[in-house]
Design a protein around this ligand. Structure first.
Ligand code: NAD
Length: 370
């Protein structure tokens, strides 16, 4: 039996509550004999600041580096609003992404049939939606230098950010997108603004050359990022995998995510290069939502985003697509049975707590055990 080493970072607010539900799912898979999971836990965010005066300790960073996969729930909250900037809760997240070199952010937007009516778009536009946005996460305008505000000396200031991409950065994110497409619908849409940005011209050139050289079997098209934004809300089902830069990806993945309903439903994965010590890709899995301090400690949080993030870990780090499919099916079955946490409740459904939602998903998994 394979042994997988998971490093869990529950973090702040609702983080520990939703992580507890993932632990039940992990236990269920272990009981079935799928694999052995070695679990370590650490601190990130406000709780790490309270314990160590840092948003993540060096010791926990080392554990994250050694793990097969890191599972992070959420960080932050009003309690830490005035801590120094370098040790604010989000600094822990950024350090994990940076030190683990997690350059590829995968955000699926899947619309479960039972929730199609909860979208702000018409049910027929979103029902059956299954797209994947691949966002470049460690380059572009959020990191490019110079990045500063300068005083022009005439009562004016100038704010400067720099959009910059090198060939290797575009190639490696492109490879992630093409590889993924081969396991899905075999189509990639690459998005930039080559009509007004030099980085967009290079992005399009590099993706086109990579496609020709290494992935001619995958269907590729290019769309300007503004046009893609329109298409995403007009007819999102036309897409399979979308690959784009850090800034456009930030916005477009939020738009795509909202097509499917609540923040409590949205998982994500961030992937890096192969880890030389484990031979596996460095990876962190986390829900898109934050620490939701308004509902923390009340049993109201929806654990599905966190549980579905573990599904992504099964698929992308542990190489078990069949187990991931079973977990997705268990979530869909529970929703189809009308079991709902407060954020996704509707008429005639059964309202349950965080823990009861986790139990229902584990029970649905049990029903499909081979
Ligand atoms: P949030 O995502 O925490 O919450 C936004 C709204 O969605 C709230 O009303 C909340 O109750 C609800 N919500 C979020 N997750 C839910 C879930 N699983 N189930 C049910 N409802 C859910 O965003 P926010 O309120 O803007 O931020 C709160 C804190 O989280 C801030 O400190 C922020 O910096 C931090 N944050 C952290 C991350 C992260 O850890 N990746 C991401 C976003 C925000």
């Amino acid at each position: 039996m394979n042994t997988y080493h998971l490093f869990l970072l529950p973090g702040d607010g609702i983080g520990p509550e939703v992580m507890a539900e993932v632990e039940k799912v992990i236990q269920r898979f272990e009981d079935e004999g799928l694999a052995r999971f070695e679990i370590e836990k650490g601190l990130v965010g406000g709780c790490a600041y309270d314990a160590h005066g840092a948003a993540i300790s060096d010791a926990d960073m080392a554990r994250a580096e050694a793990a097969d996969a890191v599972m992070l729930a959420a960080v932050g909250g009003p309690k830490w609003a005035s801590v120094p900037y370098e040790v604010r809760p989000e600094a822990g997240l950024l350090r994990l992404r940076k030190d683990l070199g997690l350059y590829a952010n995968l955000r699926p937007a899947v619309c479960y049939p039972a929730l199609a009516a909860a979208s702000s778009l018409k049910p027929e536009v979103v029902e059956g939606l299954d797209i994947m946005i691949v966002r470049e996460l460690t380059g572009g305008v959020y990191f490019g230098e110079p990045k500063e505000i300068i005083d022009l000396g005439n009562g004016q200031k100038r704010g400067i950010d720099t959009q910059v991409y090198d060939t290797f950065e575009i190639e490696r994110i492109g490879r992630v997108a093409f590889d993924l497409a081969r396991k899905r619908g075999n189509r990639v849409t690459s998005s930039e603004k080559h009509n007004v940005m030099k980085s967009g011209v290079l992005w399009k050139e590099v993706i086109t050359a990579l496609h020709k050289r290494e992935f001619p079997d995958v269907q590729l098209d290019h769309q300007l990022a503004d046009a893609l934004g329109m298409q995403l809300v007009r007819w999102p089902k036309q897409f399979d995998v979308i690959v784009t830069d850090n800034l456009f990806g930030d916005m477009l993945s939020d738009v795509a995510a909202m097509l499917t309903g609540s923040l409590g439903m949205l998982p994500s994965a961030s992937l890096g290069d192969l880890n030389p010590s484990t031979g596996k890709r460095r990876a962190m899995y986390e829900p898109v939502h934050g620490s939701a301090p308004d509902i923390a400690g009340k049993g109201l949080a929806n654990p599905i985003a966190m549980i579905a993030s573990f599904g992504m870990a099964l698929r992308y780090s542990l190489g078990d697509g069949a187990a991931a499919d079973r977990l997705d099916a268990a979530i869909a079955a529970v929703l189809a049975d009308g079991v709902r946490t407060a954020d996704i409740k509707s008429e005639g459904c059964t309202l349950v707590s965080t823990a009861a939602m986790g139990d229902a998903i584990v029970a649905a998994l049990e029903r499909t055990a081979g």
